[in-house]
Design a protein around this ligand. Structure first.
Ligand code: NAD
Length: 284
């Protein structure tokens, strides 16, 4: 039987609707949530992401500010801009659009963002919170992927989860979130031997590799929840890391690309911004 589709459009709309309600409640209490995005240079893919973020803010009532900086911007100027936003009470969330031009130090820049305004959840403090299971900002893509997994209604405790990819922004935080759900988690990566032996055991399989069609049907357990985080471009068309056509015949649930995890990432960014604004109220 063909898999059920985990529709990112439908699921992200649920989150955006809730964010819009939370934003209304915040405004009634005198807080106008604001998100600032710093875009250095003019990478075409980043331009698209930034436009989508601006659109998401407009839809949910969040104030959006985009700071465009020249591709030649120095580290000092970038960090000075972050410092200004840290000090600006109208801004609750700060996002530095990655990748930065090669001469800039991403980690050093991210470390300058106040952890409570780090709505991407990339700051070491927030990574530490996730690691220790304490309250912090959770990275948007894995948070969105977990929402999709939970939307299946499957009991996650004790399930075998396999994450392919160990990046700091997707693979590792995804593994931590699944561990928090009491899954038995295996993280596979470029040096993993006999990858398919691991993936075939997975009740939940998350692919965050960056290789089109990498996960094929023979690597998937019948009935598995398959989450495709990959965003690849082949002949101008966007596709994921999962060979959707073959895998959908074997999986129980599957996310499409486009229209899957990508939509959730933006919705979770808006949710994290609302959360950051809510925290300012609880601090008063
Ligand atoms: P990355 O390049 O940092 O990490 C890729 C990971 O894949 C690495 O950990 C590597 O060990 C692993 N890998 C590579 N070859 C492998 C192999 N043969 N077998 C097993 N593992 C292998 O990438 P990333 O930033 O984690 O992103 C992964 C994908 O997700 C990319 O396509 C990216 O565009 C996409 N992405 C999507 C969203 C979204 O919103 N949907 C957000 C972030 C990233």
């Amino acid at each position: 039987m063909a898999a059920q589709i985990l529709d990112g459009k439908v699921l992200s709309a649920q989150i955006r609707d809730k964010v819009a309600e939370r934003v209304c409640a915040l405004k009634e209490q005198g807080v106008n949530p604001g998100l600032a995005v710093i875009l250095v240079g003019n990478d075409p893919a980043s331009e698209i992401y930034v436009r989508n973020k601006e659109k998401g803010c407009a839809e949910t009532g969040i104030l959006s500010r985009t700071i465009r900086m020249d591709a030649e911007t120095s580290q000092e100027d970038l960090e000075a801009e972050i410092g200004k936003l840290n000090a600006d009470p109208a801004i609750h969330g700060i996002l530095v659009q990655l990748p930065l031009p090669a001469h800039l130090d991403e980690q050093a820049a991210l470390a300058k963002i106040l952890p409570e305004k780090d709505v991407d959840g990339f700051h070491l403090v927030n990574a530490g919170h996730l690691m220790t299971g304490t309250e912090g900002v959770v990275a948007c893509t894995p948070k969105g992927a977990l929402y999709m997994i939970r939307s299946t209604g499957t009991e996650l405790s004790g399930k075998e989860a396999v994450v392919i990819g160990r990046s700091n922004i997707v693979g590792k935080p995804m593994a931590m979130l699944l561990l928090q759900q009491n899954c038995t988690v295996t993280v596979c990566h470029s040096r993993t031997r006999n990858l398919a032996e691991h993936t075939r055991r997975a009740d939940i399989l998350v692919a965050a590799v960056g290789k089109p069609g990498f996960v094929t049907a023979d690597m998937v357990k019948p009935g598995a929840i398959v989450i495709d985080v990959g965003i690849n471009r082949v002949d101008g068309k966007v596709c994921g890391d999962v060979d959707f056509e073959s895998v959908k015949e074997k999986a129980g649930w599957i996310t499409p690309v486009p229209g899957g995890v990508g939509k959730m990432t933006i919705a979770m960014l808006l949710s994290n911004t609302a959360e950051a604004a809510e925290r300012t109220l609880s601090r008063e």
